[in-house]
Ligand binder design. Sequence first.
Ligand SMILES: O=P(O)(O)OC[C@H]1O[C@@H](O)[C@H](O)[C@@H](O)[C@@H]1O
Length: 338
Amino acid sequence: MRRWYTDAHFVLPLSPLPVPSSPSAMAEQKPLMEVCKGINGLDKVVLRDARGSSAEVYLFGGQVMSWRNYHREEMLFVSSKAIFKPPKAIRGGIPICFPQFSSHGSLEQHGFARNKLWTIDTDPPPLPSNSLIKAFVDLILKPTEDDLKHWPHSYEFRLRVALGPGGDLMLTSRIRNTNVDGKPFTFTFAYHTYFSVSDISEVRVEGLETLDYFDNLKEKERFTEQGDAITFESEVDKVYLSAPTKIAIIDHEKKRTFVLHKDGLPDAVVWNPWDRKAKAIPDLGDDEYKRMLCVEAAAIEKPITLKPGEEWKGRLEISAVASSYCSGQLDPQKVLQG
Ligand SMILES: O=P(O)(O)OC[C@H]1O[C@@H](O)[C@H](O)[C@@H](O)[C@@H]1O
């Protein structure tokens, strides 16, 4: 069954759409936001902009599973062996790690948000408005009685997924403590983004040079990164601390650069399982590590504590630009404009 939202909140704009600038975009005169069935009948929300960029968000996990540019090229990696069957988290896209990143605590790996069924929030508290954003959806996750047995805290987790004016993917998380027992709670968080890359050996990450990091492959010992951009020739699992707000992933073969802008998320995780670990992950193809790279905007080193009534916000914006981008000159503002 297809539901088309006609509520002004969901299907914007009320004025005519801008004229699409390419034939492929022309074919995409569909609703800006549509709820339909995805793989295995799971509900998903499809966002589209007037030029043909799109994003798909599964209610299971509140997980972005697709982000395409206006050439309809997929930017996110999804494993060919991904299991779309709750409560197993789906391998690919942008799983949300909350309220625990990795095994940094007593909860299940990466927390439970990625294993839960979220709902569409029809009446979210307003966010700063941006009239250029036409396609977006608000999701919400709240604990059930049963959930409270495992993590005894009441919260409202609101996630807005939006397509920006240039087809950028924008995620805003708002987490509010709604405990009535007066107790604060503490959490760690990550947007566990799986980027699609042509060949991991041809990829470089800029913006993390000289930073301190915890190496998950060496019992979370702390090291300092060298001065060079990061390249890949073996398994990597690092949490970079106090990373800059902008990070670039340069894919030489694809001639494409992803530019991440993060806000409220001081840390950045870089993960690629490489060949041996990939073989041990049942829902990842043996060779698929070559076509993926996780760079995760996160809050890990200093967990966030919220008192009742307090709210935390963490934002991630990702753009994909052609790599006429000049290596070593990480100024995504210039990249974006230019
Ligand atoms: O297999 P999962 O639970 O999705 O986790 C994948 C990886 O996620 C990364 O964020 C962690 O740093 C890794 O340690 C972990 O292996």
